[in-house]
Write a protein that binds this ligand. Sequence first.
Ligand code: FAD
Ligand code: EPU
Length: 338
Amino acid sequence: MEILENHSLEPLNTFGLDVRARYFAEVRTIEELLQLFERFPPASVPHLILGGGSNLLFTGDYRGLVIKISLKGLDVTEETEDCVEVTAAAGEDWDAFVGQCVERGWGGLENLSLIPGQVGSSPIQNIGAYGVELKDHFVQLEALDKKTGAILILDKDACRFGYRDSLFKGEGRGRYVILSVRFRLSKRNHRLSLGYGAILAAMEQKGITEPTIADVREVVCDIRRSKLPDPAITGNAGSFFKNPVISLDRYERLKIKYPAIVAYPDPNGMKLAAGWLIEQTGWKGYREGDAGIHPLQALVLVNYGKASGSQLIELSEKVKASVKQRFGVRLETEVNII
Ligand code: FAD
Ligand code: EPU
């Protein structure tokens, strides 16, 4: 395993930010990871665990050790006539993994198609899309506890999943390195999640009356390609903000003032479409130098070329201030600021 110094992270973050790591190592086995921690003990040098770099915003060079996780492997851990438990190593590409599950006829993850990043990062913010969240098919994960050096199994309760949230974004932030994740998927009688309006509309348009999991994957990929920018062309990290959840009371007051407001029921009240709030304040399609708001999806901040992390944050603060001023709603950043 090579330790590189002053290593460029530009191709390793989907915002395409031109920053460097003081030290950089790519680990392909758990043994390599343990060796690395012996050489650079967590207490002596700051560590950043890097997956696909698709949910990060660097504000400058990283003055510690960046560890790129490249653990590979896929195992069927348990199998019955109805379902299968599959364990994927943290360094597997998320969408390639979903593609393999769909090809084998295993249902559950198809709505999460085409989300960038790696398997090991998927529990960090409990990735979600089109009515499905990672937690819906999650069994457990294996993680190295940097504090004790132990390798642990954490089940669904221990991971404390919430909307774009988990133990790993709260109390456990920076403490664990996720090594592998186990999912339970259906082999038959899988109930598809078709509730998201855009999926139903696309099925209807294609004349599909009895969709398969492969149809759902295809439709989800089509929808995503039609409105989300491709990071290979335009730097971005998906939704920059979370959709804010407010009480039913507050929602009803806002609805009187803004009858067209877009919101969905949530266990804690109503989840507002932040994209709508941002669009109403006039920011959609706005550009300031190379930092901008995507013209087709107001929740997505984009780097058109040479924007810096600070410029993107500055823009995001202006958006937050406008939304707060107009609607009294506080937007929370989804992307991890480093
Ligand atoms: P990284 O960005 O590399 O890391 C994210 C965080 O996880 C960092 O804090 C990092 O330190 C930590 N981390 C990474 N790997 C490990 C590990 N093995 N152990 C411990 N910590 C780790 N997200 C959604 O939920 N739904 C979407 O629909 C969605 N759409 C997107 C569309 C686009 C175009 C883009 C660019 C992003 C989108 N995202 C979406 C956000 C992103 O894809 C996910 O958050 C994804 O899980 C990030 O994976 P990554 O490997 O790139 O993580
Ligand atoms: N909308 C607007 N203007 C916009 C964008 C959205 O008015 O510019 C309104 C529309 O009414 C639209 C509604 O908001 O129907 C919802 O938009 P969309 O379906 O695009 O979803 P989203 O709420 O903007 C969330 C997730 C995405 C996920 C999609 C699909 C968050 C923060 N974002 O976006 O996740 O892919 O739903 O399920 O929850 C991510 O987390 O990075 C991400 C891309």
